[in-house]
Design a protein around this ligand. Structure first.
Ligand code: 3HC
Ligand code: NAI
Length: 706
């Protein structure tokens, strides 16, 4: 975002008695220093000018104001501060009105709350999403919002960070008026004139009385505190939000603002804020793959899916949900019926929970068609293959697609590991072939690895990003290799976890340590959820090509040999009582582990949780560095987004590479070199990591320079 002189970013124009103040700071009117200065000057000017009777604040472009300028966080503050600007607006002796369209978020809503009257037009989004950045509203939001709409509604808005529509904002009392048309300026001016004509008084939100029932307000705070303590899982800012809102009930406005400022600065200084802000920008940066800048996507109105198993059905649901018609191909009628049943099961589940009606399901299913003949795909724009993970089967499917699909159709594979260059080279139109690696369950998981083979044309890659947008997935561009970004890195830290298990840590301790770090699940819980047989099959497939000198832990194989595949078989690393999805530790598994240790001649030793995390993360970071070094991931941030969206990495840590920067790359490298003393083959420091440490650089420097 380029900083323009304040004269340009905030303009003033006298329209009769009304000073029209327009923020024009693309792309989203964020409140950077120039904007704050311009706003302050405008209010000073209004107060000083006897010709001005009222001020109308509007935003140019698609939004009112998206909030504080997130890029300024962590940098030295530049006056005037946002709280000062808000206080000055509120103190203005002339009537101040905000007319809102698009986003009025965070500091944007705080500006609006400092105005004396508020109008919103259809399509406006009002909210205080600071919590999603590890913050709390820091410009009076925690004090003005509850005074205006009550403690409970304010806590709900601030703790969830959700956006309220114009209509909801009106019913909450957050705004006073809905604009009848979409013309914000005309609506705003008309409202100001109406207020002036009716001699409406200057009315300050700091004096609003929605907290007057103190007992009810305290009850709302107490309930929110209990709920937040239970749900906020290691997050720092949510409980601070509750504290700040509580202060609004009992303390004078100025004291409440002071407390809010103190708590805001604590949040601003926290590594969680840095992690969450990194995630915010990273998830936008991944959209800017080179091909999306240079090429135009192909038409994309119809989708084909080959295979109606776990993934094919999930992908079909994701596409149907996005409004796309889907044609499913299966190998026989029974499999096709199963594929359709998989899809219906998802919708029936939603109906059972009251989240979908039977009519809506029927309307969605009307977009689905199935066939056992590939000819049904003749007019399809994009086909995704999701058949068995077997090169010969996949190549046979692609030969059929090559035969029937129209010229220009995009031909995608959902393979997890297979060589997509090999698939592409097997047909007559390799430039149309791409990898679209969804994650299970494909209708829920947000990550989509867009795997870019050598011969693919740029507009096919751009089309894949377009598909991700339609399906509301977060796409990450990846290169072809065994496992792409995510599964390749996963294989390495899983090995580190297996080695720790054989050396003496129980899988239950490892899982608990990984959960305490912030992951939703530990690695062994993940195996049990996904099905141990999947990894077992791939280990068997690779057995012949495995480096015989590399350490191989047999424990998982021993469980699979017994048919213990995890949740679906009632036991894996954990025991699952009748249908239960939360497992309990299994003494028999521990006995198997003991036997394996003995067989391998290992005397078990104890691990602290801290050492478990050091090893687990060092393995993840080192392979992440390799993936960047080899160009499989464009930048470290692409690895971060992969893990945030596909592997449950705690968002407040920003992703593994951001976490590495937080810990310090020299520390990570020193760990790897220490671990290498026991197993030098496994713990080989990535050349990229070594290079960055030698240069005194970090992963963030690669994100900036890419
Ligand atoms: N500061 C700086 N840059 C911002 C920004 C902000 N508050 N909000 C968005 N941007 C940037 C994005 O990074 C992106 O930049 P790029 O083009 O270089 O990638 C550009 O603006 C456009 O953003 P989107 O791609 O997200 O555009 P959309 O139209 O999809 O969404 C939006 C617009 C709903 C406003 C969305 O950008 C958004 O949610 N922004 C963040 C809102 C927010 O969190 N506000 C609170 C900030 S904290 C605060 O206000 C503290 C205060 O209480 C003191
Ligand atoms: P699955 O076994 O559940 O489904 C495969 C389906 O393909 C079956 O319904 C089968 O009848 C059908 N099929 C097989 N040969 C076919 C042919 N020639 N023509 C038409 N249909 C055919 O397998 P799953 O788990 O859905 O995996 C599919 C692909 O997705 C694999 O490549 C896998 O590696 C990949 N994948 C799997 C993930 C998972 O978590 N299960 C995650 C990401 C990718």
């Amino acid at each position: 975002m380029t900083a323009l002189p304040s004269a340009d970013v905030v303009t003033r124009e006298l329209r009769g008695k009304v000073l029209l103040v327009t923020l024009d700071h693309p792309p989203v009117n964020a409140l950077s220093a120039d904007v704050r200065r311009g706003l302050l000057d405008a209010i000073e000017a209004a107060d000083a000018d006897p010709a001005v009777e009222a001020v109308l604040i509007v935003g140019a472009g698609r939004n009112f104001i998206a909030g504080a300028d997130i890029r300024e966080f962590g940098k030295p503050p530049v006056p005037p501060s946002l709280p000062d600007v808000c206080n000055r607006i509120e103190a203005c002796g002339k009537l101040v009105v905000a007319a809102i369209h698009g986003a009025a978020l965070g500091g944007g809503l705080e500006i609006a709350l400092s105005a004396h009257y508020r109008l919103a037009v259809d399509g406006a989004k009002l909210g205080l999403p600071e919590v999603q950045l590890g913050l709390l509203p820091g410009a009076g939001g925690t004090q003005r919002t509850p005074r205006l709409i009550g403690a409970q509604a304010a806590l709900d808005l601030i703790l969830s960070g959700r956006h309220a529509s114009a209509k909801e904002a009106l019913s909450l009392g957050l705004v006073d008026r809905l604009g009848a048309s979409g013309d914000t300026l005309a609506e705003g001016l008309a409202y100001v004139h109406e207020l002036l004509a009716g001699r409406a008084p200057v009315r300050r939100t700091r004096d609003a009385t929605a907290l007057s029932d103190r007992a009810a307000s305290h009850a709302a705070v107490a309930a929110a505190r209990t709920e937040t303590a239970k749900k906020s899982r290691g997050l720092f800012s949510p409980l601070k939000i509750v504290d700040a809102v509580e202060a609004a009930i009992d303390q004078p406005f100025e004291d409440g603002l002071r407390l809010e400022r103190t708590l805001f600065l604590q949040c601003l200084d926290s590594p969680q804020r840095a992690g969450l802000v990194h995630a915010f920008f990273a998830e936008r940066e991944v959209l800017k793959a080179p091909e999306t800048r240079d090429a135009t996507p192909r038409a994309l109105t119809t989708l084909g899916v080959v295979g109606g198993g776990t993934m094919g059905a999930g992908i079909a649901v994701a596409a149907l949900d996005a409004g796309l018609p889907v044609t499913m191909i299966e190998r026989d009628d029974a499999s096709l019926a199963r594929g359709r049943a998989h899809i219906e099961k998802v919708y029936d589940g939603l109906i059972a929970k009251g989240r979908l009606t039977a009519e809506k399901k029927a309307a969605i299913m009307a977009r689905w068609s199935g066939s056992t003949s590939y000819d049904a795909l003749a007019d399809t724009d994009l086909v995704i293959e999701a058949v068995f993970e077997d090169m010969a089967v996949k190549q046979a499917v692609f030969a059929e697609l090559d035969r029937v699909c129209k010229p220009g159709a995009v031909l995608a594979t959902n393979t997890s590991y297979l060589d997509i260059d090999g698939i592409a080279a097997s047909i007559s139109r390799p430039a149309d072939v791409i990898g679209l690696h969804f994650f299970s369950p494909a209708n829920i998981m947000k990550l989509l690895e867009v795997v870019v083979p050598k011969q693919v044309s740029a507009d096919v890659v751009a089309t894949a990003f377009e598909l991700a947008k339609k399906l509301r997935k977060t796409p990450v561009r990846a290169g072809v290799c065994d496992g792409f970004i995510g599964n390749r890195v996963l294989a390495v830290y899983r090995s580190a976890a297996d080695a720790m298990m054989e050396d003496g840590a129980s899988p239950y301790q490892i899982d608990a340590a990984v959960r305490a770090f912030g992951f939703a699940m530990g690695p062994f819980q993940v195996v049990d959820l996904a099905g141990g047989d999947i990894g077992w099959a791939s280990r068997k497939r690779r057995a012949a090509t495995r480096n015989p000198a590399a350490r191989y832990v047999h424990i998982a194989d021993r469980l699979c040999e017994r048919g213990w595949f995890g949740q679906k078989t009632g036991r894996g690393f954990y025991l699952y009582e009748q249908g239960s999805r939360s497992g309990t530790p299994d003494p028999e598994v521990e006995a198997i582990i003991d036997a394996e240790r003995e067989r391998a001649g290992i005397t078990p030793r104890s691990f602290s949780d801290e050492e478990i995390i050091r090893r687990y993360m060092a393995a993840m970071i080192n392979e992440g560095a390799n993936v960047v070094h080899e160009g499989i991931a464009l930048r470290p941030l692409d690895v971060d987004v992969t893990f945030l969206y596909g592997y449950g990495f705690p968002r407040y840590r920003g992703g593994p590479m951001k976490y590495a920067d937080t810990v310090g790359l020299p520390t990570v490298l020193a760990d790897i070199r220490e671990f290498a003393k026991e197993d030098p083959l496994f713990w080989q420091a990535s050349p990229l990591l070594v290079d960055l440490v030698e240069r005194g650089a970090d992963f963030a420097s690669l994100n900036r320079s890419a």
